[in-house]
Design a protein around this ligand. Structure first.
Ligand code: PGA
Length: 247
């Protein structure tokens, strides 16, 4: 069985002092972790966290990546720049970027492609809104979002990580039940299986109010290979409990 992956998504939180304390505590507490552990941090702190993690098993991720390789794109950060700083993962298509920055399925797919080409593993987020779930459109929406990434990335799709993050569960304290999450994960697994013979190596993470109390039940589902953790990743004790539940 593949190792689970627990990735923290700090979002736009942190400062030098808080990051220092958080990363040191996470590293100290993850010594016996059975899973891969990563933190996806704001771009200015990548170098700081990279320095702090030296000699540990903690992986570092970014929260976005430009779809462009280089050039006149003010404010953007390229995949090659991330790679130079030892960044292993980049979240792409988080619902907050789809919602507040107008990221389309095609753009997300392109970002995944550019990250892969640079040797950075994209954590591709998919998920339905509350209105879409209530309208019976969950399957249609997540499959459409996934299909765009499959279409653009071809056989390289086996190298991505996927995070199912129902938008209604993000930062709301309202978690999908393990059964609801598993149902969507199974759909995504089948879709990926049809796209690549190596689908078994793809990690399917659940994200959306995962916390110390609900992580074990979610992670026990057959198609849930880890978690993308927002709020709870900002507190070392909570994050480490989730890490401990991933075996
Ligand atoms: P949350 O965020 O755990 O705070 O709900 C998850 C995410 O947005 O990645």
């Amino acid at each position: 069985m593949k190792k689970k992956l627990i990735a923290g998504n700090w979002k736009m939180n942190g400062d030098l002092a808080a990051n220092d304390a958080l990363v040191r505590a996470v590293i100290a507490g993850m010594k016996d972790a059975a899973c891969t552990v990563a933190v996806c941090v704001p771009a200015p702190y990548l170098a700081q966290v990279q320095m702090l993690r030296t000699g540990s098993a903690l992986e570092v991720g970014a929260q976005d990546v430009s779809q462009h390789e280089r050039g006149a794109y003010t404010g953007e950060v390229s995949a090659a720049m991330l790679k130079e700083f030892g960044v292993r993962y980049a979240i792409v298509g988080h619902s907050e970027r789809r919602q507040y920055h107008g990221e389309t399925d095609a753009l997300v797919a392109e970002k995944a492609r550019v990250a892969l080409a640079a040797g950075v593993t994209p954590i591709v987020c998919v998920g339905e809104t509350l209105a879409e779930r209530e309208g019976g459109k969950t399957e249609e929406v997540v499959k459409r979002q996934m299909a765009a990434v499959i279409h653009t990335n071809g056989h390289c799709i086996s190298e991505i990580v996927v995070a199912y993050e129902p938008v209604w569960a993000i930062g709301t304290g309202r978690t999908a039940t393990p059964e609801q999450a598993q149902q969507v994960h199974a759909l995504l697994r089948a879709q990926l299986k049809a796209a690549t013979e190596h689908s078994g190596r793809i990690h399917l993470l659940y994200g959306g109010s995962m916390n110390a109390a609900n992580a074990a039940a979610l992670l026990a589902q057959p198609d849930i290979d880890g978690g993308l953790v927002g709020g709870a990743s900002l507190k070392a004790a909570d994050f480490l409990q989730i890490v401990g539940a991933a075996r």
